[in-house]
Design a protein around this ligand. Structure first.
Ligand SMILES: [Zn+2]
Length: 336
């Protein structure tokens, strides 16, 4: 077995991989695959694995089906970061869009015959962030892909993709695995059992997100926000608290806030603590549910989600204003 980690499915992706390899074996691989699902499930890894398999000259039989060998000429080129038959269009920076120029590059790529005599792979991340022009240009490519060409489209938010693009793809939907399915993998990346369960829960069951959040920086931000909400409950000034936050971290702050608000709403609706992500925040949540109606917390959640959407679409609001008005609303509900 090769030491090419990119080629091995993550534990919770094994059945998806087997399903795909069966399609491949029957020569039923579609021209375009849409890998859809929340950020932190390993879609990127799965896409890399497919590209690796298709560009490998001597795939190996593993327990999960065929995987790239990691040693041949094709694998070596890919691992070195350049393979002539692989075109990679990365996700745009947060708030940016994929523009038509990036998609036009596909035409040039496809007009050349596969240099190694095998598949050509076009990998596009963040497909939902395409301009209309870019999406229409991509649609033309998807309509006439040519032989032995595979488009790998990745999206965290497939509901924002143009329906005409969706209809040309076979969809692979990734959902959060059970704790048992990712437990061993988590333990390889965090300190101990307690950390594994805690961060898995905090990340809403997204294993890669759990590991990313178990970093010292993310812990620090979370701790900072916990203190901030404690301060708000005790009557702290939301504007002063907002000024103390690092506005560069607006997205991460909103994300934490959204997850906490989702917990508050869950607790408010069911009265049960079993389904909460941030169990350590339970005292704050109880206070929140006691002080304001679920309906009002819902509204605040909508507001935070709307801000997140605006940021993702590149309509960058003033971060300081967003933080202030958000915390003012939050503190009003906590005190009402
Ligand atoms: Zn190989």
């Amino acid at each position: 077995m090769s030491d090419d980690r990119q080629a091995i499915p993550l534990p919770w992706q094994r059945s998806d991989w087997q399903r795909l390899m069966q399609l491949f074996a029957r020569d039923r691989l579609p021209h375009a695959l849409l890998l859809a699902g929340g950020n932190g499930l390993g879609k990127g890894h799965f896409a890399d694995m497919i590209a690796a398999k298709l560009l490998c000259e001597a795939p190996e039989q593993a327990a999960e089906g065929h995987v790239a060998c990691g040693q041949c000429h094709g694998c070596r080129m890919r691992r070195a970061g350049y393979h002539p038959d692989l075109l990679n269009i990365p996700a745009p920076d947060l708030g940016r869009l994929i523009r038509i120029d990036a998609i036009r590059g596909i035409n040039a790529f496809l007009s050349e015959t596969a240099q190694q005599g095998g598949y050509r792979v076009v990998r596009i991340e963040g497909v939902e962030a395409m301009t209309i022009g870019a999406a229409n240009a991509l649609l033309k490519n998807l309509e006439e892909p040519g032989t032995r060409t595979l488009f790998l489209l990745l999206s965290d938010v497939p509901s924002r993709i143009m329906p005409t693009i969706m209809s040309r793809c076979q969809k692979f939907a990734f959902t959060p695995p059970s704790y048992a399915e990712c437990h061993d993998w988590l333990l390889q990346h965090v300190a101990d059992e307690q950390d594994a369960r805690f961060w898995w829960q905090v990340a809403g069951g997204m294993p890669l997100a759990a590991v990313a959040q178990a970093t010292p920086e993310a812990r620090q931000l979370r701790q900072r926000l916990t203190e901030l909400f404690d301060a708000l409950v005790r009557g702290g000034d939301p504007v002063a608290e907002a000024a103390r936050l690092d506005r560069q971290q607006l997205s991460a702050i909103l994300e934490y806030g959204i997850r906490w608000l989702e917990d508050v709403v869950r607790l408010g609706l069911s009265g049960e603590a079993d389904e909460l992500r941030n169990t350590d925040m339970l005292p704050l949540y109880r206070q929140a549910v006691k002080n304001a109606r679920v309906r009002d917390w819902f509204r605040l959640l909508d507001y935070a989600r709307e801000q997140r959407r605006l940021i993702a679409q590149g309509n960058n609001p003033n971060p300081q204003l967003v933080l202030e008005s958000w915390l003012i609303r939050w503190s009003a509900l906590l005190r009402s």
